[in-house]
Design a protein around this ligand. Structure first.
Ligand SMILES: NC(=O)c1ccc[n+]([C@@H]2O[C@H](COP(=O)([O-])OP(=O)(O)OC[C@H]3O[C@@H](n4cnc5c(N)ncnc54)[C@H](O)[C@@H]3O)[C@@H](O)[C@H]2O)c1
Length: 386
């Protein structure tokens, strides 16, 4: 694909009338030099109405027509997960850049095919791992890298999501369409926490809970061990009224912890036992407000992991850029799109997130789902005909 040097970059959204397609469209005013040129859907009336609401002239129920639209340079794939790989491949084969909603695919071979096609054709592409562009996770990454709290040892993530908007016939519950919760949703967090860990995942083990004998899986859990010994513990439930939705991520370091919380997260809290240099490192993180819980005299040491370390401050800090979680999320989606569009304009641009990240997190999700299926005693007993 030749870089787009002049004029706005043209964008088309497959799934532009869907819940997240509309959210992506709402982020476009935050992205410089991009114009929405068309959307594709499945239902004529809904797609036309969505196009009217977005004030765009072109809509279609044949997504290939959107891909072939001469003024569309970037194709956003915001359809249900089982269609992502097929649609992303079609866009790449037409030499159009692809912004693929998570997950990259519902199987590893399909995800790999998308990655290989993008590389072979040198067409810009990415996956919408929006969390990586959140100032909360970016601050957490800086804290990890600074070693101000010592080494990161453990990461615990809990996601209690609502199911009020998910009728029992929604594609979300159909593993053939969504891939299941590990793949549809878990990939986001396998990605962002893997990035925080800064090492490859080495071991994965999954567990699942089914709501009823019909097999509606609404709670999933995975443990992940990374190459540097960090443990990741992930739990996702989709069974709450919307008002009780909450997320909480905890990073446990040698000399402190970081908590990221809210729905979707709006607040990072840090606490730790540090020296002067570490306090200065934390203080340099934009927007992180620090307060001293207790100050210690020079020469004071404490002990952890069998080693003494000097401590001058017990600190507490907060980063809360806004209470408007939708706005924070919208800005992050805008930043993710802007990152891809920077590559569309300049192939030398280095993206923060790549399709390879989409594939690594998909691999973790697939192994989590596979081990959960394999260690299910009920299935094993049924399969043995007992
Ligand atoms: N990055 C995020 O934070 C985030 C958040 C929510 C959803 N998502 C992802 O966005 C995707 C869409 O989710 P949603 O909740 O908007 O679903 P949805 O059911 O509301 O919308 C799906 C859209 O895809 C369209 N579609 C389906 N089949 C199609 C086809 N063959 N051709 C053209 N269009 C087709 C539908 O018409 C609809 O507009 C999913 O992959 C989901 O995982 C991502």
């Amino acid at each position: 694909m030749p870089p787009v040097k002049n004029g706005p970059v043209g964008l088309g959204i497959i799934g532009g009338s869907g819940a997240f397609g509309r959210f992506i469209a709402s982020a476009l005013p935050l992205v410089p030099d991009v114009t929405l040129r068309g959307i594709a859907g499945t239902n004529e009336q809904r797609t036309r109405q969505a196009a009217q609401a977005l004030e765009i002239p072109f809509w279609t129920i044949n997504y290939r027509e959107l891909i072939d639209h001469a003024a569309i340079d970037v194709v956003v794939v915001a359809s249900p997960p089982h269609l992502h790989a097929e649609m992303a491949l079609a866009a790449l084969q037409a030499n159009k850049a692809a912004f693929v909603e998570k997950p990259l695919a519902t199987s590893l071979p399909a995800g790999l095919a998308v990655l290989q096609e993008a590389r072979r054709r040198e067409v810009p592409a990415t996956i919408d791992y929006v969390m990586r562009y959140s100032p909360l996770y970016q601050a957490a990454k800086k804290i990890v890298q600074s070693q101000a709290l010592g080494a990161l040892r453990r990461m615990e993530f809990r996601n209690d999501a609502g199911d009020e908007g998910l009728a029992s016939d929604h594609w979300f519950w159909d593993r053939a369409k969504s891939g299941g919760i590990f793949i549809e949703h878990g990939v986001h967090f396998f990605d962002v926490y893997g990035w925080l860990a800064g090492a490859d995942p080495l071991q994965v083990h999954g567990l699942t809970v089914e709501r009823d004998p019909a097999g509606q899986q609404d709670v999933v859990h995975a443990d992940v061990r990374y190459a540097n010994g960090i443990l990741g513990i992930f739990t996702h439930a989709f069974d709450k009224p919307s008002m009780l939705e909450s997320q909480e991520g905890l990073l446990v370091f040698d000399r402190g912890s970081v908590r990221i919380a809210g729905w979707t997260p709006v607040r990072l809290e840090v606490t730790g036992l540090v020296g002067d240099a570490e306090r200065d490192q934390l203080a340099s993180i934009a927007g992180l407000e620090l307060e001293t819980v207790e100050a210690f005299a020079p020469g004071r040491t404490m002990r952890g992991r069998g080693r003494h370390f000097p401590v001058r401050h017990h600190l507490r800090g907060t980063l809360a850029p806004t209470q408007d979680s939708q706005e924070l999320y919208r800005r992050a989606v805008g930043a993710a799109l802007a990152d891809l569009i920077a590559t569309v304009r300049d192939p030398g641009h280095r993206q923060q997130v790549t399709l390879a990240d989409g594939l690594t997190s998909l691999a973790v999700a697939c192994v989590a789902a596979g081990t959960a299926d394999a260690n299910d005693l009920g299935r094993a007993v049924a399969a043995a005909g007992v």
